[in-house]
Design a protein around this ligand. Structure first.
Ligand code: ADP
Length: 495
């Protein structure tokens, strides 16, 4: 068996704690840590956004020079992932592309940046140059692991050179494809031959996601169920055929979670630590949360939490439709989210009707998100599709029973409270099938029924808290694919 350590370059557009908009940042933090634990030499590469510049001191510049297609000079700085985890993070500094107010993909008003095709083409060129040892960084990866459309182009760019390293491409969410017009393609100065059906042309546009999916040695997505779903027209977002075409090199690997960040025993953000041995202490977090968000403080009233990007994917519309119905009962709901203003307005309207039952916080708030996980009894996650989903896994760890739709990673991580599963002591949540308000309300009512029968509720919580979705297992699956890819590339070079 091959046990030699590999050098892995992990290319991503967000990494916790430097910059985060969603689950990709969490994975980009915890997977490299898990790979390092397996003995591999991992380095991360990320754009040097303004918000990161505000956070860190970056004195050492490792590279300064030209990159094809970009007028100014590119600089590469580095920092550590965190004090505890001194993994190198290369920061690609192209000030006119990344040193701006706003987020990685949107401006301060939540409008998409108009030049992201160009921004991430330049970033991908740098990734490919590093991968091909063209930046004199004295470090050459065996494999480049790219994530989502922002780094998709890096893979065929890498392969323009003869001795390119192996590659793996992970789809964290198929709905985000990085599709741009022919006019934009022409400005990017990519090889003209790429504008073809076998290249990155995609329904009259060019697709950066397609660049990664077609060319990587291996393609993964973030749960086994989602990997199956996306090969069908319903979930495939027009990529079902392409993914079927790659099916022998396409698999789903469930994301792990970092229990150093998300455990009620050690979570620094929560009021009172607890575990399966003193579960009753969870109640103190509920009271602290109720007080913080301005709801009546009562241990008895069941509290449902929800944390998400306010997007159609997350089924926010289903929650909005269900709330007037479920809030008629003696329950409380706390929602934390940011995103679509339409949903915010609709939720605000309901909040005015039920001020003592519904609390809504708009914006991004790491601390509150932990407190909601610890303080809630149930967690709502009625996604229309869910590549993996992390919040339902965090919820399990906090004994906060998830109410989820039967799709993607939700289906792979939550075990429904059927009578049999409850009796077998394996149930961990409430799963419903169709994305309708009626089914969501029914699942909430099932949860309330179990809540009122305290015995089963406690048992389910204990079972949930014992689940283990750490990276140990999943990182081994990535390692296996990396080895296959590296071996394959070496063999091809020999032939
Ligand atoms: P996605 O990546 O599709 O947004 P995931 O469930 O995989 O969904 O991951 C979402 C991550 O982002 C979780 O860590 C979650 O706690 C966090 N998150 C989402 N919205 C917020 C918010 N408004 N405030 C704090 N954390 C948030």
């Amino acid at each position: 068996m091959d046990v030699l350590p590999m050098r892995i370059l992990f290319a991503t557009s967000e990494v916790y704690p430097l910059i985060k908009t969603g689950g990709l940042a969490d994975v980009s933090y915890s997977l490299p840590i898990a790979l390092k634990k397996l003995g591999h030499d991992v380095k991360i590469i990320l754009p040097f956004y303004r918000s990161i510049k505000d956070k860190i001191n970056s004195e050492s510049c490792h590279f300064e020079g030209k990159v094809f297609g970009y007028i100014g000079d590119i600089k590469i700085y580095s920092t550590f992932l965190s004090e505890e985890h001194p993994i190198d993070v290369f920061l690609v500094d192209a000030p006119d592309l990344f040193d701006r107010d706003g987020g990685p993909y949107t401006d301060a008003l939540n409008e998409e940046w108009g030049d992201s095709a160009y921004r991430f083409t330049v970033f991908s060129r740098v990734v490919a140059m590093l991968g091909n040892n063209q930046l004199a960084l004295k470090w050459v990866p065996d494999l480049v692991h790219c994530n989502d459309w922002q780094t998709g182009l890096a893979i065929p760019l890498l392969q323009l050179e003869k001795n390119a390293p192996a590659s793996l491409f992970t789809i964290h969410n198929l709905a985000y494809q990085g599709n741009f017009s022919k006019e934009e393609f022409d400005h990017l100065l990519l090889p003209e031959t790429w504008w073809s059906i076998d290249g990155i042309e995609f329904y009259g546009e060019c697709s950066f996601l397609k660049a990664g999916v077609l060319n990587a040695n291996w393609v993964t997505t973030v749960s086994p169920t989602y990997a199956k779903e996306v090969q069908t027209p319903v979930y495939g977002e027009r990529f079902d055929g392409i993914l079927q075409h790659r099916q022998e090199h396409f698999i789903g690997i469930l994301n792990g979670v970092d229990y150093q960040q998300w455990s009620p025993q050690i979570d620094p953000y929560i009021d009172t630590h607890y575990s399966i041995n003193n579960l009753e202490m969870k109640g103190l977090n509920k009271e602290a949360l109720q007080e913080k968000i301005g709801l009546p403080v009562s241990g008895k009233i069941p509290l449902f939490g929800m944390i998400c990007r306010m997007a159609y994917q997350k089924g926010v519309d289903l929650v909005i439709e269900s709330l007037p119905n479920i809030l008629k009962q003696d329950i409380q709901v706390v929602i934390l989210g940011s995103g679509d203003i339409y949903y915010e307005t609709a939720l605000e309207k309901i909040q005015k009707e039920f001020p003592n039952k519904l609390s809504i916080t708009f914006g991004y708030n790491e601390e509150l998100s932990h407190q909601i996980e610890a303080g809630s009894d149930f967690f709502l996650m009625p996604s229309r599709y869910e590549p993996c989903g992390l919040n339902q896994i965090y919820s399990l760890s906090y004994g906060t029973l998830p109410v989820v739709r039967n799709t993607g990673g939700l289906a792979d991580t939550v075990i429904d409270a059927t009578d049999k599963n409850i009796l077998d002591k394996i149930a961990t949540g409430f799963v419903f099938n169709e994305p309708t308000a009626i089914q969501l309300v029914a699942a909430v009512n099932r949860a309330l029924k179990v809540y009122r029968k305290g015995k089963h509720f406690r048992q389910m919580r204990l079972t949930a808290m014992k689940q283990d979705f750490s990276w140990e297992k999943s990182s081994l699956e990535y390692e296996k694919l990396y080895r296959l890819a590296v071996k394959n590339v070496k063999n091809n070079k020999r032939n």
